[in-house]
Design a protein around this ligand. Structure first.
Ligand SMILES: Nc1ncnc2c1ncn2[C@@H]1O[C@H](COP(=O)(O)OP(=O)(O)OP(=O)(O)O)[C@@H](O)[C@H]1O
Length: 258
């Protein structure tokens, strides 16, 4: 596939572009134009976060990346079939135990039983749910359910992870803790990330790049490189440099909205 020059990897992974959108536009059959002129790349080793006002087309962008929707114009290339998804809702099956939920994707991919059980156990331990394998989803907190959702995707060892506001419904402390755990997984598992959030500080904290979108029809108004090294020190959030970048992104968001 044709790619733009990848930026240097921050996690030591091989360089290369996993997602490449060129001049992507989306018009739904009812006439709603959700996206226009979107140029976006996600390279190996990158964690790219998109922020933008409600209804600007962020979820549509992710659905195009996942193959659930087809762009009405432009080129949307994804150079891997190992894609992980985490949505705002953990979407666990209520009648299945946590370990059986975490095994589900591997099961759908016809992974042999013993292998998928081992993968699920490894993923459960990675997200800090050891000891809860036999519990049902309703016996877990919202944050724990989200960890299970993450674990379910990790069993397939995704190269590209798509996140649609996964922590939006959680309280601040849980959200911060999960941000730290996600960063740890990003460094350890070396997937590339495309993340959507309404929180500018979450975007800056998690990402190597932040993309700001305008109101609908969504187009990219500004891109920011986040210079803080990985693994990221949680205290970075209390530094003037961090506050300054959050301020710049917030400003671009307000400008793009008006
Ligand atoms: N299947 C569809 N048919 C018609 N219009 C749609 C469809 N899906 C989304 N839209 C419209 O496209 C626009 C973008 O929707 P999308 O869900 O991508 O926005 P978003 O930025 O993710 O919003 P939010 O931040 O509120 O979740 C909205 O105006 C929405 O109503």
């Amino acid at each position: 596939m044709t790619t733009t020059a990848p930026s240097p990897s921050v996690t030591g992974t091989a360089p290369g572009t996993l997602l490449d959108f060129r001049n992507v536009a989306m018009q739904f059959p009812n006439g709603t134009i959700a996206l226009r002129n979107v140029d976006l790349t996600v390279n190996r080793g990158e964690f790219v976060t998109v922020v933008g006002p409600s209804g600007c087309g962020k979820s549509t962008l992710l659905r195009i990346a996942s193959g659930l929707e087809k762009a009405s114009e432009g080129v949307a290339e994804v150079d891997t079939d190992r894609i992980g998804y985490v949505f705002q809702d953990a979407t666990l099956l209520p009648w299945r135990s946590i370990s059986k939920n975490v095994e589900l994707l591997a099961e759908l991919h016809h992974m042999p039983k013993a292998q998928r059980a081992a993968k699920a156990q490894e993923a459960i331990e990675l997200v800090g749910l050891k000891g809860f394998e036999k519990n049902l989803p309703k016996q877990l907190s919202g944050g724990m359910r989200m960890r299970a959702s993450l674990a379910r995707s990790l069993t397939l060892e995704p190269e590209l992870f798509l996140f649609d506001e996964p922590f939006g419904a959680l309280d601040e402390i849980t959200r911060e803790r999960l941000n730290d755990e996600l960063l740890r997984l990003f460094v350890e598992k070396q997937f590339a990330g495309l993340f959507i959030t309404h929180s500018v500080s979450e975007a800056v904290y998690l990402s190597t790049k932040v993309i700001v979108m305008s109101g609908r029809p969504g187009s990219i108004v500004e891109r920011f490189d986040v210079p803080f090294p990985m693994p990221r020190d949680p205290d970075i959030r209390f530094t003037p440099e961090f506050a300054e970048l959050v301020g710049e992104v917030s400003h671009a968001l307000r400008e793009g909205h008006s």
